[in-house]
Design a protein around this ligand. Sequence first.
Ligand code: 5GP
Length: 193
Amino acid sequence: MEALKRKIEQEGVGVGQEVVKVDMFLNHQIDVQLAIQMGQAFCEAFRDDQVDCILTVEASGIITGMTTAMAFGNIPVIFAKKGERRNIGSDVYTAEVYSFTHQKSNVIRVSRQYLRQGMRVLIIDDFLANGAALNGLISIVEQAGAVLVGAGVCIEKGWQPGGRLLREKGVKLVSLAIVDAIEDGRLIVRKDG
Ligand code: 5GP
């Protein structure tokens, strides 16, 4: 998606060799117009897949989860909650997810009340790195007996294996931009990705 690629190139920053920092438009301050465009792009990519609901994980996934849901005509968004929560109850699906950015494991939880057998689910997240977050969400879809339509991520980090592994598994994966490398703090965005 050209607008996102331009934004990453112009404003994004590489931290060390591993971390893509896009706090200025996605992870802290939000460019709502761009988020709406990203939602429309995901909707376009999965238009023929009869999506019933969006599944994402807090916090940043909720942004494009919501704009994608609006683009589909206001379908529900379910977001997995991280960590111990008293207000979600015990009737939940869970998965353990190692957080790349926080370098620790989180249990993510989704109430059985909202994710039901047979629902056609599109997973949306902000980043794809090693694939832990998406695999955790896929496990929750499977536990629910729901149908995984595919996954959409705003930014895939091309040097980490998550994207390749998911495609090898046959998941329909759509990345709106792929960052291939960090060079002296600059982000190298794939032109044809
Ligand atoms: P994965 O689970 O695929 O290893 O990493 C994806 C998750 O970690 C995303 O939910 C995202 O929040 C976070 N993440 C991974 N790499 C980065 C990064 O370079 N920058 C930011 N902002 N978040 C990242």
